[in-house]
Design a protein around this ligand. Structure first.
Ligand code: SF4
Length: 329
């Protein structure tokens, strides 16, 4: 079982953009809940794991995690601009700047070069878009020279927590030959400010498609109204909701975690109420590195004759194909 080291101090880490959003007098504020330390984080459950999605098992060379055959994660910077209290790498995020050295970047790129099944490279972190411009430029430049790498994906919270970092210079660094897709981590409609809209517009106008990932969090967004508002708002700034993550078994995060049943019921409630384009896939990272699976509600079941029954968004059931029982008999 995970134990908090003696003397360990829980510390807030926020950016000016997040500070401006937090209602400091209201501990139920969805931004406050995400970023401000809570004593409940010291309540560690037996089933919680320090490395909940099994990164360590798949770490090949420094900075590379290669779990699925056709994708590799590249972590240029292990620290982050903020400290999300539910972060799945929370107990591993260093406080100080920990960028890969130039030599480590070359070594990581060499691994990708020597592994032809890697079709997509995902820059993640920490915060990849807070990597120094020089090193980011080096990484993107080197990846662009590898034939078998067909796309670059970047997982980032910069558009939300530090949108001022989205500049023409950053666009120039990212825009080379290979397509770049950015997946923004956004958990509540309140995070989408005018400055966030501006940043997303800059990416979209530069031809960089945007997706989002959201962590399902009790006390932040685990209700139909909050998710409905968030996913609609994302679409209006040209961000396609991509994943809704079931909260990982990170030590000290049980106060954020819903049950899977609760998550499925929320997805069911959103099905009839939200346009398909606003709907993300509800996913679970199986603990210990067995990968991500969709866990949304099931709309297809079988009767005792193995005939298909489908359930509509109002929870009514129908035979598929719609042959009358008399005819079947
Ligand atoms: S932005 Fe992502 S990596 Fe950084 S603390 Fe939050 S969840 Fe963790």
């Amino acid at each position: 079982m995970f134990r908090v080291e003696e003397g360990y101090e829980l510390k807030n880490k926020i950016t000016p953009a997040i500070k401006a959003l937090i209602d400091e007098k209201d501990s139920s504020d969805p931004i406050y809940r995400q970023f401000i330390v809570n004593e409940k984080e010291l309540n560690i459950l037996e089933e919680e794991i320090e490395d909940p999605i099994g990164d360590d098992r798949f770490s090949k060379v420094k900075g590379i995690i290669h779990r699925y055959p056709d994708r590799a994660l590249l972590i240029p910077k292990r620290d982050c601009l903020v400290g999300c209290r539910f972060c799945f790498r929370k107990w591993k995020l260093p406080e100080k700047n920990t960028e890969l050295t130039e030599q480590e970047i070359y070594d990581a790129i060499e691994y990708i070069k020597q592994t032809p099944e890697i079709w997509e490279v995902i820059l993640t972190g920490g915060e990849p878009l807070a990597t120094s411009e020089k090193k980011l430029e080096l990484i993107i430049g080197l990846l662009n020279k590898i034939d078998h790498v067909k796309m670059i994906r970047i997982h980032s919270r910069v558009p939300i927590v530090a949108p001022e970092k989205i500049t023409p210079k950053l666009i120039n660094i990212l825009k080379k030959d290979k397509p770049v897709w950015i997946v923004i981590h956004c958990n509540h409609a309140k995070e989408i400010t005018t400055e966030v809209k501006r940043g997303c517009k800059t990416f979209v106008e530069a031809g960089i498609p945007l997706l989002s990932q959201t962590a399902l969090l009790e006390g932040v967004n685990a209700n139909v109204e909050a998710l409905d508002e968030l996913f609609r708002k994302l679409i209006t700034i040209s961000v396609k909701p991509y994943y809704l993550h079931h909260c990982d078994l990170v030590p000290g995060t049980s106060h954020f975690r819903t049950s899977i049943k609760q998550g499925q019921n929320l997805m069911k409630a959103l099905r009839g109420r939200l346009s398909g384009i606003c709907q993300p896939t509800y996913v679970l990272d199986i603990p210990n590195g067995y990968g991500k699976i969709p866990i949304g509600p099931n709309y297809v079941t079988y009767d005792s004759n193995e005939d298909i029954i489908v359930t509509d968004y109002k929870e009514n059931q129908h035979d598929y194909p719609p042959i009358s029982k008399d005819k079947k008999a």
